[in-house]
Every structure is written in structure tokens, then in C-alpha cells.
Design a protein around this ligand. Structure first.
Ligand SMILES: [Zn+2]
Length: 213
């Protein structure tokens, strides 16, 4: 996630769900599945971070989000909603408006990092300062952080918070930066489809653990 995008992204954190595409889940009989929004960061004319090996953040976030939706059949108690299923630009205002309609129980925004320091690597997860569900968001972020560190084996940069526009967040929400596209080892991991699938599986596992604990 490039710095100028951070505020925009955190706005989408409180909201999202455009073109509402529900995939996966299914729902156990007699019990409504728990709605989980997975937001693939950036898209369309907003590429996000541009990294080594021609890597583009929007492509990596989409690949992981789609993999999460595909693997969600393992969790009939969850219903996954993606904010986008292809390479499209989504206005933040639209994400916010849609989010108000959907009432997700959990919100996970997926991003990848970049830095001028070519040695910076690792996973970090953000919780919005001032989020209404601060403790829920912190617990979710902790699960996500562990999950992605295990999936990639990269450095654990910890759960962080940012003072941003998130005051209207109502559900537990977190933003995970999978790794740095500007670092050789991380970019190799994040562009590998098998690693993307592993990250997706771990994120799903983490979300399920969060909602069932
Ligand atoms: Zn980003």
C-alpha cells in the first residue's frame, strides 16, 4: 500500500462491497452464515504499489482474495463477499455506500507493501485508531498477522494502528499488508500462486477462528 493510498484504503475499511459478489460459504441449515467481506486492495486504474519483477499490488490482492473465496467451501458457516472479482476500479464512496447495505460481521482488507528501503520485508496488519469495535478489530488483526506470517515465513512486523478516518467502522476490521513488493524474497513469495493459496487458506482459518471463538 502506497502511503497516499492509506487514508483511502482505511476509508474502504469501514465499508466496502461493490457489485456485491458473494462466493463460497453456503450456510448451514437453520443458521445464517457469517458474512465476511474480503477487500482486494486497489484495482483498475489504481494499481497500488508497483514492485520488483513487474509485480503490481492490485493483481496480488485480487489473486489472494479470489483464492479465499474459492477455498471458503471448507467453511459452510462463512459467507465470503469480495469487493471485486476482477481488475476494476471501485470508487471509495461506492464501497462505503454498499457496505452500509451489507452489514458484514468481519472486514478484511488485503494489501501489499512497498518501501524505498529495498531490504524492508515482512508482514504487518493495521487496526484503525478510533474504530468503534477496537477490541474486536485488534483480536482479528492479531489472528490475521499470525496467519500471514506463518503462510509466508516472512518477518513479523507486528500489528500496528493508524490514526485515520475509521470512526464509522462498526464491525471488526483489519488491513493486512502481506509483504513488500520492493523486497526480493517477499516479492518471490507473493507472486507465487502456491504461496497465494497458502496465504488465503491461513487467512480463512484465522477468520474462522476469530468468528467462532
Ligand atoms: Zn495497498
Amino acid at each position: 500500500m502506497r502511503r497516499p493510498y492509506r487514508i483511502a484504503v482505511m476509508i474502504s475499511l469501514i465499508a466496502t462491497v461493490c457489485a456485491s459478489v458473494a462466493i463460497g460459504g453456503g450456510g448451514a441449515v437453520g443458521k445464517a452464515p457469517i458474512l465476511v467481506v474480503i477487500d482486494a486492495g486497489h484495482g483498475g486504474r489504481d494499481p497500488g504499489a508497483l514492485g520488483l519483477s513487474s509485480s503490481v499490488e492490485k493483481d496480488i490482492t485480487l489473486a489472494v482474495a479470489r483464492s479465499i473465496a474459492l477455498q471458503a467451501t471448507r467453511y459452510p458457516n462463512l459467507s465470503i463477499v469480495l469487493t471485486r472479482i476482477d481488475d476494476r476500479f471501485i470508487e471509495l464512496a461506492d464501497r462505503v455506500a454498499k457496505a452500509r447495505q451489507v452489514r458484514a460481521a468481519v472486514y478484511v482488507s488485503i494489501h501489499a507493501n512497498s518501501a524505498p528501503d529495498a531490504t524492508a520485508r515482512g508482514v504487518e496488519t493495521y487496526v484503525a485508531q478510533g474504530a468503534r469495535d477496537a477490541s474486536g478489530s485488534a483480536a482479528l488483526a492479531a489472528e490475521l498477522q499470525k496467519a500471514v506470517v506463518v503462510a509466508t515465513g516472512s518477518k513479523d512486523r507486528g500489528v500496528r494502528s493508524a490514526s485515520l478516518y475509521t470512526a464509522r467502522a462498526t464491525m471488526p476490521a483489519a488491513l493486512v499488508e502481506l509483504g513488500f513488493l520492493t523486497e526480493k524474497q517477499d516479492v518471490r513469495l507473493l507472486t507465487d500462486p502456491s504461496v497465494q493459496a497458502r496465504i488465503a487458506a491461513r487467512i480463512l482459518e484465522a477468520v474462522n477462528r476469530f468468528v467462532t471463538q
